[in-house]
Design a protein around this ligand. Structure first.
Ligand SMILES: NC(=O)c1ccc[n+]([C@@H]2O[C@H](COP(=O)([O-])OP(=O)(O)OC[C@H]3O[C@@H](n4cnc5c(N)ncnc54)[C@H](OP(=O)(O)O)[C@@H]3O)[C@@H](O)[C@H]2O)c1
Length: 205
């Protein structure tokens, strides 16, 4: 697949690195592709956020919540492709979530980009797990949440490519719960000293 990634921080870099090694074509949408910190990124780098997105099979938003309006404006309101929302609507004081009046951050993005096929995914496990999903005790749970079943199945494949145990959650209204789960992960990881090398897993029988 041809995958456009907006943002190449912890999350964008982890996802793009693994997908590149799995054989996908990565196009980075960066504000400053000449920044030396991006010199080692595999694949194509574009300066204008949004340029060429329509030629990609999937676009991934991996920017801080504070940049969401700016990034969505760059993508453009006519964008109608599959848009993976890996962001978390963390408030500025870093003590909770701020969805700007919407039911979830993902639905806020859908308000900004009404034609986008929004899929909430990769927001509720750490970037460390995206880069390396290996655990001795089982597979890392990855929830993929969307209204659009075709878009969900495309992103399910990308999640499987990361080595995750992928479960599709039908209905973008459930993105809110994925964001709460992420806030719990952030609380445990950063505020309560668990670090970034832990994951939730789903048991079945
Ligand atoms: N870190 C995690 O473990 C984790 C896990 C799951 C989800 N998330 C979520 O994923 C998102 C990204 O997190 P991160 O840790 O990867 O952040 P990060 O390391 O701070 O990286 C953010 C990236 O976004 C770019 N960016 C910032 N403003 C932008 C704009 N207006 N337009 C385009 N690009 C812009 C930055 O580029 P510049 O170099 O130009 O600043 C940078 O490449 C956040 O919403 C976070 O809550 C994080």
């Amino acid at each position: 697949m041809r995958i456009a990634i907006v943002g190449a921080g912890n999350v964008g870099r982890a996802l793009g690195g693994v997908w590149h090694r799995a054989g996908h074509e990565i196009v980075w949408n960066l504000r400053n592709p000449d920044d030396p910190k991006y010199a080692d990124l595999p694949g194509e780098k574009r300066k204008t956020v949004g340029s060429g997105l329509t030629k990609s099979d999937v676009t991934v938003l991996a920017v801080p919540w504070s940049a969401i309006d700016d990034a969505c404006a760059g993508i453009g309101e006519n964008f109608g492709g599959i848009l993976v929302d890996a962001t978390n609507p963390i408030n500025e004081s870093f003590d909770g979530l701020d969805r700007r009046g919407a039911h979830s951050g993902a639905q806020y993005i859908k308000q900004l980009l009404p034609r986008a096929r929004v899929v909430k995914a990769f927001n509720h496990t750490t970037a460390s797990n995206m880069a390396n999903a290996d655990y001795p005790g089982g597979k890392v749970l990855s929830l993929v949440c969307a209204n659009d079943e075709v878009a969900a199945s495309v992103v399910r494949q990308l999640s499987d490519d990361l080595g995750f145990d992928t479960v599709v959650v039908r209905g973008l209204e459930h993105a809110r719960q994925l964001e709460e789960l992420a806030w719990l992960v952030i609380t445990l990881a950063i505020k309560q000293g668990h670090g970034t090398d832990f994951a939730f897993s789903l048991l079945r029988r």
